[in-house]
Design a protein around this ligand. Structure first.
Ligand code: 13P
Length: 255
């Protein structure tokens, strides 16, 4: 973690929760995530789209940012079932994930589609958390660097228009997501440094852009991961559904 960048911890709830469970989780977070924490760490929660309205009412004055998990690749119009960036902005979303590996793998999202979505968010003034990551086979075949470089490369044009403070990259090795198997701090740092150097070479303000690690981050491993020079916080799945774990991970980001 570099002192010039405000750390970020974002909770990706994925397709979990219901009105009552969310209420309990949010009430617990309100007790544990106090202002002294949220003024030093950018804390974001990303509930499923149908619960954005519920959560936006709650985040109000907590200092916690609201994020969405997905956005349409076009503006408003005849696109049944989609949610536009303008609609997310209207609901108070400050952040949105794009390119999560689950959407790439299960819903066929391509690098090109992820780039279009990123562009929509930048235009709407919503901060982007762009996810990249290699599969286990890709890592075992020694092509991690190549895969990450291709995924980042496809987004560079859309990234150029973004304010660096509102542009975040999340490195999530697919083999570490939901598996309990975390990348070592050294493995994470190596890929993060590569991403930062690619952003720099492309002429972006690489030192201003935060790069988060995601994949089985827990209270027990967060501090070591966040202690790496190019790891600026985390994108948290399972542990973001447990208030005390999510809070402990946010605290670990204070260094
Ligand atoms: P887990 O923390 O459950 O491994 O999920 C990581 C993730 O995919 C966050 O986007």
């Amino acid at each position: 973690m570099h002192t010039s960048r405000t750390p970020m911890v974002a909770g990706n709830w994925k397709m979990n929760g219901d009105l009552v469970t969310n209420e309990h989780l949010l009430a617990a977070l309100r007790n544990t995530l106090n202002r002294s924490l949220t003024s030093r760490v950018d804390v974001v929660v990303c509930p499923p789209a149908v619960y954005l309205g519920q959560v936006t009412a709650w985040v109000g004055d907590t200092g916690i940012g609201l994020g969405a998990q997905n956005v349409a690749s076009t503006g408003n119009g005849a696109f049944t079932g989609e949610t536009s960036a303008a609609m997310l902005a209207d609901l108070g979303c400050r952040w949105c994930l794009v390119g999560h590996s689950e959407r790439r793998a299960l819903l066929g999202e391509t690098d090109e589609l992820v780039g279009l979505k990123l562009g929509q968010l930048v235009q709407a003034g919503i901060g982007v958390i762009a996810c990249v990551g290699e599969s286990l086979a890709e890592r075992e075949n020694g092509i991690t660097g190549e895969v990450i470089s291709r995924q980042i490369g496809a987004l560079l044009e859309s990234m150029r228009a973004a304010d660096p403070q509102a542009l975040v990259v999340a490195y999530e090795p697919v083999w570490a997501i939901g598996t309990g198997r975390t990348a070592t701090a050294q493995q994470a740092q190596e890929v993060h440094a590569q991403i930062r150097s690619q952003l720099r070479q492309a002429g972006l303000d690489a030192d201003g852009i935060r790069i988060l690690y995601g994949g089985s981050v827990k209270p027990a491993n967060a501090a070591e991961l966040f202690g790496q020079a190019d790891v600026d916080g985390g994108l948290i799945g399972g542990a973001s559904l447990v208030a005390e774990d999510f809070t402990a991970i946010c605290r670990a980001a204070l260094g």
